[in-house]
Unconditional design. Structure first.
Lengths: 269, 200
């Protein structure tokens, strides 16, 4: 079997249509919605377009889970034991099991919300972040940054389910959220162990994490204000091993990403 | 049917007003929309999916339909019109417009004054009628949208089935049903979502 599988070779059937993040940046409609008198961009049942926003996000979670499965799966195989200890690979194998279950749950939740597989496009940048050749960077970029984002997204969806009186969404998201907390914690623990004697490598890994965190704040997608659909889940991040300083840094990166997006929109007119 | 499309030319999206016109005319024939009624249809091209929303109102005998551009956008090809979604959306709008022109809806408030529950109940009825007129609808999506507004309960589901199945409706009936399903004044279901048309 091939090591370091490029994103182009991911297995997908005809239902999946890929899109590039760049295409989204070039959409001339970007920023126009912020001119509307919408009380909040937070994903809540009483907000504008809440049903379709929730359905679209659920599909994004579904394809994200597929890529998380693929990313964790690659880490079990791409490295020799010298680069990635067997116990780390066992943890990644456990994560694969969780992610596979999350894919199944997400398919069912999609059906529950009236969304078909392939109704929305798939962006593969989650998997692309999981392709870095250093296992320490995969742990920081995938387990800490991306699984950390999953904590924020799942908590937002869980609260959406709770607020709308939807027990199916609420409980499913809660169960998946518990797994994500574990995945982040595994990433934090293994990152510490792999880089114990190499502070420079740890610094590079954490810098990569910051890059991924900013990228995945996606121009205001995640943050702590009314302008952010997905809210940073501080309490669950603490349970996953993030300290307050780290969470503050993620919040600052998110605010920076939103400001960058506003600046891009201003330039585009 | 006298139909005005706003805008006549789209600049932010790759929609074509003539194509939209032909979809509306096809759907109008399918649902039996009266020829004598003047229709103004606006598609707001600044808004993208999934930021969806629509409003149907009658003013001075003219049916005004407003849609977010996201309502008719191809979810797989940004900025392109999806004629299947457009057919669905326009059918619902025309059917609700026909309701507003009927005597039983004389007291109905404007769309931006409807609660989410009132609007969802009305939509369910229109969806069922559109489906029976031969328009391909999305019942699973419709049920979810409805449940968000009217509750994830057996009682709400029974009402959904009744209305979608073709039970005759009037504004008084819809308002009473909404009151029964969402009686709590503090419930989010008695609220209404932001009007996407309004600018800051």
């Amino acid at each position: 079997m091939k090591r370091f599988l490029p994103v182009e070779e991911l297995a997908r059937d005809e239902r999946f249509v890929r899109t590039s993040i760049v295409a989204g940046f070039n959409d001339p409609r970007n920023g126009r919605a912020s001119e509307r008198a919408i009380s909040s961009a937070r994903l809540e049942p009483g907000r504008a377009a809440a049903p379709d926003r929730a359905r679209s996000l659920m599909h994004g979670i579904f394809v994200g889970e597929i890529q998380a499965l693929e990313g964790a799966g690659r880490t079990t195989y791409d490295f020799d034991d010298a680069d990635a200890p067997f116990a780390l690979k066992l943890d990644m194998a456990r994560q694969c099991w969780d992610e596979a279950r999350h894919v199944e749950i997400s398919v069912k939740l999609g059906e529950h919300m009236g969304t078909e597989i392939g109704e929305y496009t798939e962006s593969t940048f989650l998997y692309e972040a999981a392709c870095v050749p250093d296992p320490a960077m995969r742990l920081s970029g995938v387990n800490r940054a991306l699984e950390g984002l999953a904590i924020d997204v799942f908590n937002t969806m869980k609260e959406f389910g709770g607020a709308s009186g939807d027990p199916v969404l609420h409980f499913c998201e809660d169960w998946m959220l518990a797994d994500e907390v574990t995945h982040v914690k595994m990433g934090s623990d293994w990152l510490r162990r792999l880089t114990e004697a190499d502070p420079e490598r740890r610094a590079r890994a954490l810098e990569f994490q910051r890059t991924v965190d900013k990228l995945f704040s996606l121009g205001g997608f995640r943050g702590e204000t009314e302008e952010n659909p997905v809210q940073i889940a501080r309490r669950f991040r603490e349970l996953a091993g993030f300290d307050t300083e780290e969470i503050d840094e993620i919040a600052a990166l998110a605010a920076e990403a939103l400001a960058d997006a506003r600046a891009r929109e201003a330039v585009a007119g | 049917m006298r139909l005005t499309i706003v805008p006549e030319e789209f600049t932010l999206v790759l929609y074509d007003a003539d194509r939209i016109r032909s979809v509306v005319e096809e759907v109008a024939a399918a649902v039996g929309f009266p020829d004598a009624v003047e229709v103004s249809l606006e598609v707001d091209e600044e808004l993208a999916q999934p930021l969806t929303g629509s409003y149907v109102d009658v003013r001075d005998g003219v049916l005004h339909l407003w849609y977010s551009g996201g309502n008719v956008e191809d979810t797989l090809r940004a900025r392109h019109l999806d004629p299947v979604r457009a057919r669905r959306e326009f059918a619902m709008g025309l059917l609700r417009g026909m309701d507003r022109l009927a005597p039983g809806f004389g007291d109905a408030p404007a769309d931006d004054e409807l609660t989410d529950a009132q609007r969802a109940l009305w939509d369910v009825s229109a969806e069922g009628r559109a489906e029976r007129a031969g328009i391909a609808m999305r019942p699973d999506r419709a049920r979810y949208v409805y449940r968000l507004a009217c509750g994830f309960t057996d009682e709400a589901d029974a009402e959904y089935d009744r209305l979608r199945g073709g039970a005759p409706i009037s504004w008084a009936d819809l308002a009473a049903t909404a009151q029964r399903l969402a009686p709590d004044a503090t419930s989010p279901r008695t609220g209404r979502r932001d009007d996407l048309r309004r600018r800051r």
